[in-house]
Design a binder for this molecule. Structure first.
Ligand code: B3K
Ligand code: ZN
Length: 833
């Protein structure tokens, strides 16, 4: 197995050399691109040993101040002694973009060249100090065939361009802002272009350009509007303006993640750019706006102020996710926005904490950095920023941000620098709060209530169970927002392991709604009565509390079912749903969440050991119970909203249809065929598939035919195929289907990723045998994408004895393979430790 040495935060050393300027000259050819990199080096301390990173490069020549030098190698580094205070370094390398299926460094997506350098992809372009604390001013010249690649793009401003011999042409770009190499980007292709403009608050006219595949220009309109919305929002809310004359976005179909914030030249997964009503759901529209905003916001939180080292990733990612969440809440938000954010933490992040990949939002040891672009670093990181925002208030948080930029603009800094700016701007001691950066695991908050006939008080205690990476835990300061039904809301600040809160005198015992708005990323243990929980589902004023109360009821119920017992929670839950459905429609988004049966993934998080068969049976039984008991009320609500042309109504209609599909097969088919947009069409199709309706086969075939020319839409089809009952038997055929492509991570994630994460059939003997064949094949193509897909299997120890044994065997055999990537290897090392 390929191994990467584990790096530790505590071993950080400042670079020996800075790079003032970097001139890149890139001669593009499909299989032999020539890169000439000329850098002006400046000694940073006393050490004269220069370390350059490089992977999968052919070194053509190496010169220091015009004199050829002999390279010395140590693992993936090239070492050079540089006498004096600095020198000019010229490195020429040859690379093969066409063979680059890992999609890191320079590669081809369809007919175009593009790059992905974060975290450590620049070292696949040239030898360079590939670390975020080396900031240089870049000048990039691209040379390529003019007919095939009429558009040549890189960071910053276009300073020269022209024709060359042999049908080739060139363009030279200059980026005046010093940046780390992970923000470098280059694109060459033949795209359709949507242009617009934005004038910043200080009067700078910015040209906005979105480059998309031919014929897709109209589908970039929504992304463009979101970009303009984000630019204005950041000015209005943080006083942050754009700092170049041009902002470019390129949409490509081959891309490992969502998007990348390269300075002035974002590269996006086409999935997060292209949309129109016929091809994108309401959810797609929202995700596009959120990611467009996220990458734009990075221009300040990430690019102008960047990370000292990759352990600090949450410095830019947690903060930028928080900012995009704020933007989304303002721009397109609904009552379900916060509920969905909480679901990501409770389903995905808590699972990460409960498994072998547990790490603090600032990890302490990393082998393959790409493995740490996690829900912990991103989403829990955002929750930590959200708590800070709550603690300091809007104005205090803004003062902290202002001070952060005043102190650190143009620098590469640490999470401590960020918290210190927040503390200093507000004259607060945030030492204890910093524990959120160094401690992994999910705090468990225990709630005990006391009511003596008049005085009502709460005792909150917290403890964090040990995690795979860290045994010792301490209490963390956390805001615990509560509502006493009918008596208003307040925030209790829990600072220690145990605290008592006197809440006043009450003639009747008040009903407590805990953790309003999911005020802290914690688990709740609270022996609240079933009846109170049912009351919360119906009456709490906080949407998260309502959904959470339903979940706590269901957890009790499923726990009883798994033991072969019955539980009164069933009646209470059904009663609450029925009462809501019979009441006047108040909030369609919220109802759309309440009328969902939790998925298997969410249910897995309720228990330490995973009884997969029991959970599948429980889920099906819940769906059936709803149909039996609440059909009339839910159908009436369905009829009330199904014809309405608004987003909330569409969300609610889709939830109801998914619940009632088995009882309404004709209506499912009718809605599919008469759909006015993709939200309706996909909702109906998903309901047919989840309900395993006889109609689903024909509807899936119709869908594949209708969208045969649109790979992004066909990913929706592949996802449904991946989660369908009996998917495994169709895998071979599906992976040979024209909609599928082994080298495209969107396709493999849609079909295989969905199957692995969401289809219980994956956890059968045949499923494991299939994994044993498919994972090595995927890993040889794209390690980063494969590592992401493997994540759910890392939880193997939590399954029943039979599955545990089979999974251990599968993972052990995988780990023993010589050709295994460092990416997957790191995960398996941890999982099997
Ligand atoms: N910063 C990039 C993610 C890079 C992932 C590298 N494996 C996108 C983002 O968070 O905005
Ligand atoms: Zn980001």
């Amino acid at each position: 197995m390929a191994k990467k040495p584990v790096k530790r935060l505590s071993d950080y050393q400042a670079p020996a050399f800075f790079v003032d300027t970097l001139d890149l000259h890139v001669e593009l050819h499909d299989s032999a691109t020539l890169v000439t990199a000329t850098s002006r080096l400046k000694k940073a301390g006393t050490d004269s040993l220069l370390r350059l990173d490089g992977e999968q490069l052919e070194l053509v020549s190496l010169e220091l101040d015009g004199v050829a030098v002999e390279p010395r190698f140590e693992n993936d580094q090239l070492l050079l002694d540089v006498p004096g205070e600095g020198a000019e370094l010229k490195v020429v390398t040859r690379i093969n973009p066409e063979a680059n299926t890992a999609l890191e460094g320079l590669y081809k997506s369809g007919g175009a060249f593009c790059t992905q350098c974060e975290a450590e992809g620049f070292r696949r372009i040239t030898y360079f100090p590939d670390r975020p604390d080396v900031l240089a001013v870049y000048t990039t010249t691209i040379v390529a065939d003019k007919a095939l690649y009429p558009q040549l793009l890189s960071n910053g401003n276009l300073v020269a361009s022209g024709d060359l011999e042999g049908g080739r042409h060139f363009a030279t770009w200059q980026d005046p802002h010093p940046k780390p190499c992970y923000l470098f980007a280059l694109v060459a292709g033949d795209f359709d272009l949507l242009e617009d403009g934005f004038t910043t608050s200080s009067g700078r006219d910015v040209l906005l350009q979105i480059f998309v595949d031919k014929g897709r220009k109209a589908q970039a309109r929504h992304a463009m509007d979101a970009l303009k919305g984000a630019m204005k929002w950041d000015q209005d809310n943080y006083g942050l303006e754009y700092d170049l004359d041009r902002y470019m976005i390129v949409a490509v179909d081959f891309f490992n993640m969502g998007a990348m914030e390269n300075k002035g030249l974002n590269i996006f997964n086409a999935k997060y750019v292209l949309a129109d009503d016929d091809t994108a759901t309401d959810q797609d529209y929202d995700a596009i706006a959120a990611i467009i905003a996220h990458e734009y916001f990075h221009n300040w939180t990430g690019n102008r102020v960047t990370c000292r080292d990759w352990f600090q990733l949450s410095l830019k990612e947690g903060l930028t996710v928080f900012r995009d969440q704020q933007f989304s809440a303002d721009w397109a938000g609904s009552s379900a926005t916060r509920i969905k954010e909480a679901q990501v933490i409770r389903t995905n992040q808590f699972a990460e904490d409960a498994g072998p990949m547990s790490h603090p939002i600032r990890p302490q040891a990393v082998a393959e950095m790409n493995n740490f672009y996690t829900v912990t670093v991103y989403n829990k990181g955002a929750e930590v920023i959200r708590m800070l925002h709550g603690l300091l208030g809007k104005a205090g948080f803004r003062a902290g941000m202002d001070l952060y930029f005043e102190r650190h603009d143009g620098q590469a800094v640490t999470c401590d620098d960020f918290v210190d700016a927040m503390a200093d701007a507000n004259d607060r001691d945030l030492t204890a709060f910093k524990g959120w950066y160094s401690q992994s695991g999910t705090p468990v908050v225990n709630v005990a209530e006391h009511w003596d006939g008049s005085q009502y008080s709460l005792v909150l205690t917290q403890h964090t169970p040990p995690t795979a990476d860290q045994q010792q835990k301490g209490p963390l300061p956390l805001p615990f927002a509560i509502e006493l039904l009918g008596h208003g809301r307040q925030v209790l600040q829990l600072d220690g392991a145990e605290q008592r809160f006197e809440l006043g005198s009450f003639a009747e015992k008040p009903v407590l709604a805990p953790l309003c708005g999911f005020s802290a990323p914690v688990k709740l243990v609270f022996e609240q009565s079933d009846a109170e929980l049912a009351a919360l589902v119906e009456k709490a004023s906080d949407g998260f509390v309502r959904v959470d109360a339903a979940e706590r009821l269901l957890q009790r119920l499923v726990e009883a079912w798994l033991k072969g017992e019955e539980h009164a929670a069933l009646d209470l839950w059904l009663g609450a749903l029925e009462a809501i459905a019979k009441g006047p429609l108040q909030d369609a988004f919220l109802e759309s969440e309440l009328f969902k049966v939790p998925g298997i993934m969410a249910m897995q998080g309720w228990f330490e050991t995973i009884d997969l068969d029991g959970l599948v049976a429980a889920r099906d039984r819940l769906r059936q119970a709803v149909r039996e008991r609440c059909f009339g009320a839910l159908k009436a609500r369905y009829q009330e909203v199904q014809g309405l042309a608004d987003k909330g109504a569409r969300a609610l209609t889709n939830s109801l249809l998914a619940l009632l599909a088995e009882n309404l097969p004709e209506e499912v088919a009718r809605r599919y065929h008469q759909a006015a947009n993709m939200t309706e069409r996909q909702g109906a199709l998903a309901a047919a598939v989840a309900g395993e309706l006889a109609e689903s086969e024909a509807l899936l075939a119709e869908f594949a035919e209708r969208y045969q020319d649109n790979p992004q839409v066909l990913d929706k089809w592949l996802m449904l195929q991946g989660q369908r009952a009996g998917a495994l038997e169709r895998m071979d055929q599906l992976s040979r289907h024209g909609a599928f492509n082994w080298q495209n991570p969107n396709r493999t994630r849609a079909l295989f990723g969905t199957f692995i994460a969401h289809n219980p059939q994956c956890h059968t003997e045949a499923g494991y045998a299939w994994l044993g064949l498919v994972l090595p094949k995927l890993d040889a193509i794209n390690p980063q994408a494969t590592a992401r897909m493997v994540a759910p299997l890392l939880q193997w120890r939590r399954f029943d004895a039979g599955r545990r044994a089979q999974l251990e065997q599968l993972l052990t055999a995988l780990r023993a393979r010589d050709s295994l990537s460092a990416d997957v290897g790191e995960l398996l090392d941890k999982a099997l430790a």
